[in-house]
Design a protein around this ligand. Structure first.
Ligand code: SGN
Ligand code: CA
Length: 556
């Protein structure tokens, strides 16, 4: 037993309220507090989970979580981008409250988080995998985090402050570390482990054993793969996340043979770097260099297997690339994208299965609240896109599965409007602690214990606010509200445009009806609800905020 985990033995546990004692189960007189495992994948969207009805990939181990637990059909993130979403989960607060609004920020780790609260209450805590908050984790007995985005092969970690490189494939290694932490824990106390994968983040590099597994598959295309953005505004038109135009053949689709990989590539340093052709060449060279760096992390044996697996795709590309129409190019790239993305998901699913088996083996499976979610959803060709950031459904919505057979009915589904800021208060409550007043999410305990029903006073709309612009993929700043039936979005900053979608009639968000007179009453009501939500959570229309700021400055 590693004594790192025993030195907290003297911490006094908070009293467990009676009702919760029943909830967490009892061992004689002594209430037994549940273990908690939070599984977060990066960019894993519900369209690629068979329990959500996906036809793209089979995810038997995730399906098992759904079959033995609860599947949330409507869980949303407040800000669909990695660091901010992770900060929301940790704090139970919106981005404007926890201060981490975009990926360039540094998380203020001194603030309250749920792992800290659990740790103070005697839990053994661990954080393993993609952290992405630019400051060291706090509140953990053990942490081993990827650096920034992390790497698929031979990834670098910072482990309790020390840098190390691990041989192998990232999803397997994160699971090995998770099992190792559980192996070394003090079994007399509960644990809370954050098990955070890099997969399936761009550039979707599969494990060796999954190379080529989808070669013969033809993936169904989304109906709006060739969207022309009619009725949508400048934000949808001016983004930079189109599969046809913005997905790099070299980096994203791995279309580099061994001879190109061994060449040296450089960026053009001339004063003409803004000229279109120079810029295009530089973008391509940057993509190649980025891929070379990832490829060079593999062992010679891994590289050989990789080259063998991608040789047919590269040969096909060389044969067809100058003959494809723009539409054919989108379709071809989409197929390669899905082959890789779904192969990477296989690695996640297998490793989730491995961890579940281990928990079963040590007799802790049913004593553990297991949550599976992603930092946000992702576009798998819908609107012609990859990436996320938009408040459109594919990425605002995130998968959420919860398994805890003591109180969660097997195979239950919830339509409640849930949010990832609800997780922190849920964990705190399930550990028998009082939920701090300043957490903005709401505990999901009543939903989990009632077969998925939301209480009468549950939220009727979810709030969203995205800030990272100008930046990667050029998605304009926006905020808005999603209710059970509608979505209202305001794009601001360098535009001032509103969009309104009827989610029942138009679930793919193809028809912006903001100016349609038939929706005038709905529109007015949504504006009212959005304002009320902003007031409630302490956010504002940024233009109003600016006006007030200047008003304040004028009176100084
Ligand atoms: C990288 C990716 C982007 C992605 C961001 C943020 N580019 O910059 O495509 O949107 O991460 O992703 S890449 O060329 O490095 O792959 S997030 O999930 O961390 O928010
Ligand atoms: Ca992400």
């Amino acid at each position: 037993m590693n004594d790192r985990f025993t030195r907290f033995g003297g911490v006094r546990y908070a009293a467990v309220p009676l009702s919760l004692a029943a909830l967490v189960g009892c061992r004689g007189e002594q209430p037994r507090r549940p273990n908690i495992i939070v599984m977060i994948t990066d960019d894993h969207t519900a369209q690629a989970m068979s329990c959500y009805g996906s036809l793209l990939v089979e995810t038997p181990n995730l399906d098992r979580l759904a079959r033995e637990g609860m599947l949330f059909e409507n869980c949303y993130v407040p800000n669909a981008i990695s660091g901010p979403s992770r900060a929301c989960i940790l704090t139970g607060k919106y981005s404007h409250t926890n201060g981490f609004t975009d990926n360039s920020q540094t998380f203020d780790g001194d603030q309250q988080t749920f792992p800290k609260l659990l740790h103070e209450a005697g839990y053994q805590t661990a954080m393993i995998g993609k952290w992405h908050l630019n400051s060291d984790p706090q509140g953990f007995d053990f942490w081993s985090i990827l650096i920034g985005q992390g790497e698929y092969y031979s990834p670098q970690f910072i482990e309790n402050g020390e840098r190390k490189v691990e041989k192998g494939y990232v999803t397997d290694i994160i699971t090995d570390k998770a099992i190792d932490f559980l192996e070394r824990r003090d079994p007399s106390r509960p644990f809370a482990m954050l098990y955070y994968h890099k997969a399936p983040h761009r550039n979707w590099m599969p494990a060796q054993r999954h190379l080529g597994i989808n070669d013969d598959r033809v993936f169904p295309e989304p109906a709006n793969l060739l969207d022309d953005y009619a009725t949508r505004g400048r934000a949808a038109r001016e983004q930079a996340m189109e599969i046809g135009r913005d997905m790099w053949p070299e980096w994203d689709l791995k279309l580099l043979g061994p001879e190109e990989l061994s060449q040296s590539w450089e960026l053009e340093e001339s004063g003409d770097a803004n000229r279109d052709d120079v810029k295009r060449a530089n973008d391509r060279h940057a993509a190649i260099m980025q891929f070379q760096a990832a490829y060079n992390r593999m062992t010679p044996e891994e590289q050989a297997r990789w080259n063998e697996a991608f040789a047919p795709r590269i040969a096909e590309w060389r044969r067809i690339k100058d003959k494809l129409s723009p539409e054919e190019l989108v379709r071809w790239k989409y197929q390669q994208y899905m082959k890789d993305y779904c192969a990477v998901i296989k690695g996640v699913d297998e490793n989730v299965g491995r961890l579940l088996d281990y928990l079963e083996q040590i007799g802790e499976l049913d004593n553990t609240i297991i949550v599976y979610t992603s930092d946000q959803g992702f576009f798998l060709g819908e609107h012609g896109w990859f990436d996320k950031r938009f408040m459109y459904e594919e990425c605002q919505r995130t998968p959420l599965l919860v398994r805890y057979p003591k109180v969660v009915a097997a195979g239950s589904r919830s339509r409640a409007l849930a949010m990832n800021i609800d997780l922190a208060p849920t964990f705190v409550e399930m550990a028998g602690l009082g939920v701090p007043d300043d957490m903005q999410g709401r505990s999901l305990v009543p939903v989990l214990t009632s077969g998925g029903q939301a209480p009468d006073d549950w939220r009727t709309g979810v709030y969203y606010h995205y800030y990272e612009y100008p930046s990667w993929h050029s998605v304009k700043r926006h905020y808005g509200i999603r209710t059970a039936d509608y979505k209202l979005i305001h794009f601001y900053n360098d535009v001032d445009e509103w969009e309104l979608y009827d989610m029942q009639a138009d679930p793919q968000e193809m028809h912006n009806v903001y100016d349609d007179p038939a929706y005038a009453a709905v529109r007015a009501d949504l504006h009212r609800q959005l304002k009320a939500l902003q007031q409630e959570c302490g956010d504002k229309d940024p233009d109003e905020r600016e006006t007030e700021f200047f008003k304040g400055a004028a009176t100084l």
